[in-house]
Design a protein around this ligand. Structure first.
Ligand code: PMP
Length: 407
């Protein structure tokens, strides 16, 4: 039996909702997670009691807002085992973090003929910034060959890395295949040729402990909204020396040391990369989400996400006319599938009529869809508020969909 890690009816108000006459079964946390009451309350409390702009002013509210935001930064630094909060940059999310790395570090340090190694399973946000960087500087993208079950082996990575490799970038967990990639091993290979290791942690940071130092990586990107936090806030973590060496990409208020008519100098980290008023409430809310996750324990969450994903895979793989993607084991947090002859959008629609929220589409991973030789899939994704009861509902809904379309 796999029980939810939290009392869903107490902590997650949205899960009390009825959808089309049924209890809401939320199986779309890979797109965005639901928010616990404590995060919702913290946002309201911030706006009711503390709202002010940070850094700019010495009045009491501004100081309180600044302190609260910096406390959130410290929590995040501890959560991912950063050496210092100076290495934690607030962004809008994974997408902005990855684009920032490509601009800030890539534009400065890549030259024509240099190589960027990545995989065909990347989300568009960990592909297009590198395509664009490659075009700007004349670099080349090199893709790691996937195994037939969608996994990446260290051997396959070795085949793409050369003396010209400057950047190796991978998602730690695929948002379609649920695979867990060998990040630490790949980081060693990258460093052997003097390349940096960039990690898209959008689907990994919410689902298990993250230790950027133990992983031996150089940059990490993740989104608050997939880990119980608000939308519009995310994190770019980078090793301090690399962030120091990189150039800012967003110019304006807050990020400068000194400005005259013709030129400007940059503020210290992390402000150098945080031009403009940040999403203060979002950062504070993300800090509260991290408190909530830490109270439950990231090890427990990791085990829970893996158990649900493996159980769902096993049960779906046993159904007739159902195709599941990625490896049976190890996997985490989600399962993508198709029902033969039924379009994923039709599956999602039948599911919705039963109160079940899933995702259907290409999941911002079109090259992976080509590799799988499908145009789209359905995807059920899990988090700490899901249980094996939800998998029962998923299986029942698949059978109902097959009956509906007479398969
Ligand atoms: N990478 C992966 C693996 C993702 O799953 C997502 C979100 N679907 C992203 C990047 C982009 O995250 P965001 O939209 O929050 O920037």
């Amino acid at each position: 039996m796999i029980t939810a890690l939290v009392d869903i009816t107490v902590d997650f108000p949205i899960l009390k909702r009825q959808i089309n006459g049924h209890r809401l079964i939320y199986l779309d946390s890979a797109a965005t997670s639901q928010k616990p009451q404590s995060v919702i309350d913290r946002l309201v409390q911030y706006y009711e009691t503390t709202n002010a702009n940070v850094l700019r002013s010495v009045h009491t509210l501004a100081e309180e807002a600044t302190t609260a935001m910096e406390e959130a930064r410290e929590k995040i630094a501890r959560f991912i085992h950063a050496k210092s909060p100076r290495e934690v940059i607030f962004t809008r999310g994974t997408t902005e973090s990855l684009n920032t790395i490509a601009r800030a570090w890539g534009d400065k340090f890549l030259e024509a003929g240099d190589e960027i190694v990545l995989s065909p399973m990347e989300h568009h946000s960990n592909l297009i910034p590198w395509q664009q960087l490659a075009k700007r500087v004349g670099a080349k993208l090199k893709f790691i060959e996937l195994q037939p079950n969608g996994t990446i082996t260290v051997e396959a990575v070795k085949q793409q890395i050369t003396e010209r490799t400057r950047i190796v970038t991978l998602s730690a967990v695929s948002n379609v295949l649920g695979t867990i990639n060998p990040i630490a091993e790949v980081a060693v290979l990258a460093h052997q040729v003097g390349a940096i290791m960039v990690v898209d942690g959008a689907q990994s940071v919410p689902h298990g402990p993250t230790d950027v130092q133990a992983l031996g990586i150089d940059f990490l990107a993740f989104s608050g909204h997939k880990m119980l936090g608000p939308t519009g806030i995310g994190v770019l973590w980078g090793k301090e020396a690399l962030l120091e060496a990189a150039d800012p990409v967003m110019f304006g208020g807050e990020m400068i040391a000194y400005v005259d008519r013709d030129d400007a100098t940059w503020a210290e980290l992390p402000a150098k990369f945080e031009g403009g008023t940040p999403h203060i409430a979002g950062a504070i809310g993300l800090g509260t989400a991290i408190d909530y996750l830490s109270t439950i324990g990231m090890e427990r969450i990791e085990e829970h996400s893996r158990m649900l994903a493996e159980e769902a895979y096993r049960r779906l793989a046993n159904l007739s006319d159902v195709v599941v993607y990625g490896p049976e084991y190890p996997r985490t947090s989600l399962v993508a599938f198709n029902i033969v002859g039924i379009h994923p959008h039709d599956i999602a629609q039948v599911f919705d009529s039963r109160g079940i929220a899933i995702r259907a589409g290409h999941h911002c991973a079109q090259p992976l869809m080509h590799w799988l030789d499908v145009s789209s899939t359905a995807r059920a994704s899990f988090y700490l508020y899901n249980s094996d009861r939800d998998i029962d509902e998923l299986v029942d809904a698949i059978e109902a969909t097959k009956r509906y379309f007479k398969r």
